[in-house]
Design a protein. Structure first.
Length: 515
């Protein structure tokens, strides 16, 4: 009897006998005892001290705050002081800011990038003044870090100080840094300075940065300068002017941007498309329609795309006529414009173009028919998906997914099996079709040996969140197939809402809950 009680106490102390057939789970969260870490703070080895400080940070052990402050101020090793600064920054210990700033001293041994990272984590603008000198560092990387740090600490109050430094500066490289800082901090008082900088600076990274800064401060006064830059020969500058104009969203730009749809440079024409499509204005539709009516071949595509994206339905019949003109360039964009326009009356024209034997108009038509969810296009899209033209095939596959018709499944399966490289497009198309049949197809692909097919299928099963897929995902995980355990675990978590972190935890969970 006494032996039985001893055995029972032993079992109870262990939490009972082990569950049968369960796999061992490594305790990945096992921690070093706190007492050991606190002891390591007194180690003679600076690496051990620094590691102990980091571990206390990971545990958010605030009772160690004063000791870490002491390391920051008094430790003989620069690595330990730098580590302490980072941890105190993570904890946003504002009282330590003066001592962290003190590490900028040349004899501290702590590099400025570490100090700025610590201050950035503080997120306190009081340190801004100590960072400003690095905007003029000869080290371009430190200049960028300084800008990033000022943004992270929210140093808007330092805007005028930065502007004063910028106005005194004569170095083009430093001017780029100042433009970045003024723009990212949205220093509105810098508007005139930035406009003048844009006007006098030659095409360069500094000019490109200045254009972006004008957008970030929403400078309406800069619109003429930006429109000129949009149409200019400086490619990066033109791109940044596009982004700036879109950010400013000033309707006064519309009238002067519309003519850029006729620019000789195709990239610039389509940058104008983005500007005109993103800035609300009653002037856009009528003005762009006039461009389309001018019968300029190179302008048809961009003009049609604008009209489609702003849903200017008055242009529909003219766009359809343009699409049917096989001599025009950019017919893909013209076809897309009808998809954006969203009027099902365009479906017959799009079907006619899709059936053409060649030409880029088919690409736009295939895409638009999917966007319009044209069920009457199903058979023709299935035919197009079998095309030897890989672009047409993939666009048709995407549209079949948008139609969500089970009738397309056999075609999509055949494409995936014969061209596994298309998995990233075909498998999501299959997944978008509801029903048990498509789910079973995804499960079939999840068991394929081809890694591309398998991984996309596993991912899509997770997105569908169907409980019925759990057994197959568990089986793949158990058999340790090619698909990564992380991907399988992510999909299982998505379906179940459970958050186990290891393969064996998931297998044990399933064994305990599948009976």
């Amino acid at each position: 009897m006494r032996l039985f009680l001893v055995g029972l106490i032993f079992l109870l102390s262990c939490g009972g006998p082990p569950k049968p057939d369960l796999l061992p789970v490594v305790d990945e969260k096992k921690e070093v005892p706190l007492e050991q870490i606190l002891t390591e703070l007194d180690s003679q080895n600076p690496q051990i001290r620094a590691q102990a400080i980091l571990e206390l940070s990971h545990r958010n052990h605030k009772p160690s705050l004063n000791r870490i402050r002491n390391f920051l101020k008094n430790d003989s090793n620069s690595g330990v002081r730098g580590t302490a600064a980072i941890v105190l920054g993570t904890w946003k210990d504002s009282a330590s800011i003066p001592d962290v700033i003190g590490l900028f001293a040349p004899n501290s041994g702590v590099t400025p990038d570490i100090v700025m990272e610590a201050l950035a984590r503080m997120e306190n603008p009081v340190s801004a003044r100590s960072i400003l000198p690095f905007l003029q560092s000869q080290d371009s990387t430190l200049r960028l870090i300084a800008v990033d740090t000022l943004v992270r600490i929210g140093a808007q109050s330092a805007g005028n100080s930065i502007l004063n430094l910028a106005q005194k500066n004569q170095d083009t490289e430093f001017a780029k840094t100042y433009a970045m800082a003024l723009g990212k901090l949205k220093v509105r008082s810098a508007e005139n300075y930035l406009i003048q900088l844009a006007k006098k600076t030659e095409p360069s990274p500094t000019l490109a940065a200045t254009y972006l800064a004008l957008g970030r401060i929403s400078s309406k006064k800069a619109v003429p300068v930006l429109v000129k830059g949009l149409a200019g020969d400086f490619d990066k500058g033109s791109e940044n002017c596009m982004m700036a104009l879109v950010e400013i969203k000033d309707a006064s730009a519309i009238v002067s941007v519309i003519p850029i749809l006729k620019h000789q440079n195709r990239d610039i024409r389509y940058r104008a498309v983005n500007v005109l499509s993103e800035i609300p204005s009653f002037q856009t539709g009528p003005g762009v329609l006039k461009v389309l009516e001018e019968n300029l071949p190179d302008s048809a595509g961009p003009a049609a795309l604008v009209l489609g994206r702003i849903h200017f339905n008055k242009a529909r019949t003219l766009i359809e006529r343009k699409l049917l003109d096989s001599n025009l360039p950019d017919r893909e964009m013209i076809g897309q414009s009808l998809g954006y326009l969203g009027d099902s009356k365009s479906i017959p024209v799009l079907l006619n173009v899709l059936k053409e034997s060649s030409g880029e108009g088919r690409y736009g038509a295939a895409w638009a028919l999917g966007i319009l969810q044209a069920e009457e296009a199903l058979d023709d899209l299935i035919t197009a998906s079998k095309s030897r033209d890989p672009k047409l095939s993939l666009l048709a596959v995407e549209s079949l997914g948008l139609l969500k018709s089970p009738k397309a499944l056999s075609t999509l399966v055949n494409i995936a099996e014969t061209n596994p490289n298309s998995a990233s497009v075909v498998i999501p198309a299959i997944a978008s079709i509801p029903g048990e049949e498509s789910r079973k197809i995804l499960e079939m692909f999840a068991e394929k040996e081809n890694v591309s097919l398998q991984q996309v299928a596993v991912s899509e099963l997770g997105k569908r969140k169907e409980q019925a897929s759990i057994p197959i995902l568990i089986r793949i995980l158990e058999e340790d197939r090619a698909a990564s355990s992380k991907l399988l675990i992510a999909s299982l978590s998505s379906i179940t809402g459970k958050n186990f972190y290891s393969r064996n935890e998931w297998l044990n969970w399933y064994k305990l809950n599948s009976k």
